[in-house]
Write a protein that binds this ligand. Structure first.
Ligand SMILES: Cc1cc2nc3c(=O)[nH]c(=O)nc-3n(C[C@H](O)[C@H](O)[C@H](O)COP(=O)(O)OP(=O)(O)OC[C@H]3O[C@@H](n4cnc5c(N)ncnc54)[C@H](O)[C@@H]3O)c2cc1C
Length: 331
């Protein structure tokens, strides 16, 4: 079992800044993120919006902020692992914690910092007949490898950034890609749209709802789609589909560990420690005192810094709670 001083759960903005702060305080940490990308809510909910309230940055696009947070988090080489949803937290007889990931892999850590925000972000489903039946054998929610799309006619459901990002990742190997969008307009970046269209393999179908995933029992053979203007229905023959219609949050629950909660958030004390000694929390998921907290990037960042300083002291009681100013560090 790999062993670390600290396990950071979640690589949203708070988890990423915590990773940087852990590096700053020379804490050996691993950051575990359930999704295939870091950036949490920023990348999933507002990648192209402009953020105006990050200290010292007058204006920045969500995706650029997420990229900067990742770059900063990687500064000291602390490990970040994607596609790693923490499914349970167990206590080891030695007093350390075992982090169970995706129901299998395990990591041994001395302390934990929970940065799981509004919960596990999971892809939204179409909620139509046939979808569940062909999940994994024709219905995909993410692109981890291009192999399932080789020489395939693919329908990407959702004409936003994620949809076009997936489409551009597989267009080199796919035969044809339809982008099926519910709205009459595409929401993706112009550059992503033109990248796909310039290959000659892309086609957009707008103002259209998916009604059913059709198959022969073993594989997908098409989708039933409805034109929202005249309600006409037709079958679009496709071999596979990628559903990219956004994400929703699911509350985390861990079989072996329970926390004190208030207003659905983990209660922390002035050291950012939860009701479980050795487990800390920062960002959108935590609450101190009884007053509701505003979920903001800057708030999560400040909490991350404070939590890491307290964790340093927890890990090494000789250490000072206050670290050096970063300006003193030579890179
Ligand atoms: C539309 C919108 C616009 C916003 N605009 C602004 C703004 O302009 N300014 C501002 O300051 N704030 C804004 N916010 C709020 C800001 O995005 C949040 O405060 C911030 O994302 C909180 O960061 P976080 O890291 O605590 O949580 P999150 O961003 O929610 O990240 C949590 C991460 O943890 C991961 N995770 C959860 N459970 C697990 C698990 N069991 N195992 C592994 N990983 C897990 C999730 O996949 C996710 O990546 C906005 C939010 C929204 C939705």
């Amino acid at each position: 079992m790999e062993e670390y001083e600290l396990g950071i759960i979640g690589a949203g903005p708070t988890g990423l800044f915590s990773t940087f702060c852990a590096g700053l305080r020379e804490i050996k940490s691993i950051t575990l993120e359930g999704l295939e990308t870091t950036g949490g809510q920023i990348l999933k909910f507002y990648p192209v919006k402009k953020v105006l309230d990050v200290e010292g940055i007058p204006e920045i696009k969500g995706v650029d902020l997420a990229n900067s947070l990742l770059k900063q988090a990687q500064l000291f080489g602390n490990k970040i692992t994607l596609n790693s949803k923490v499914t349970d937290i167990k206590k080891d007889p030695s007093g350390k914690f075992i982090l169970e990931v995706n129901g299998g892999d395990r990591y041994l850590v001395k302390a934990i910092l929970m940065c799981t925000g509004i919960g596990s972000l999971v892809p939204a489903k179409l909620d139509v007949d046939g979808e569940l039946k062909y999940e994994g054998v024709g219905v995909h929610y993410t692109v981890n490898q291009t192999e399932p799309f080789v020489d395939k006619t693919v329908a990407v459901i959702g004409g936003g950034d994620s949809g076009f990002d997936w489409a551009n990742q597989i267009v080199g190997v796919a035969k044809k890609i339809y982008i099926v969008e519910y709205l009459p307009v595409l929401k993706a970046l112009e550059r992503s749209i033109s990248d796909l269209m310039s290959t000659g393999k892309g086609e957009t179908i707008l103002n259209t709802a998916v009604k059913e995933v059709i198959g022969d029992g073993k594989k997908v053979t098409g989708i039933k789609i409805m034109n929202r203007k005249d309600d006409s229905i037709r079958v679009l023959p496709v071999d596979t589909l990628i559903v990219a219609i956004g994400h929703k949050a699911e509350t985390n629950s861990f079989k072996s560990t329970t926390f004190e909660v208030l207003m659905n958030k983990l209660k922390v004390n002035e050291d950012y420690q939860t009701s479980v000694p050795g487990i800390y929390a920062a960002g959108d998921l935590s609450i101190f005192g009884k007053k509701p907290k505003v979920g903001l990037l800057a708030v999560g960042g400040a909490e991350a810094y404070e939590a890491i300083n307290n964790i340093k002291k927890y890990l090494n009681p000789e250490a000072s709670v206050f670290g050096e100013h970063s300006t003193n560090i030579k890179l």
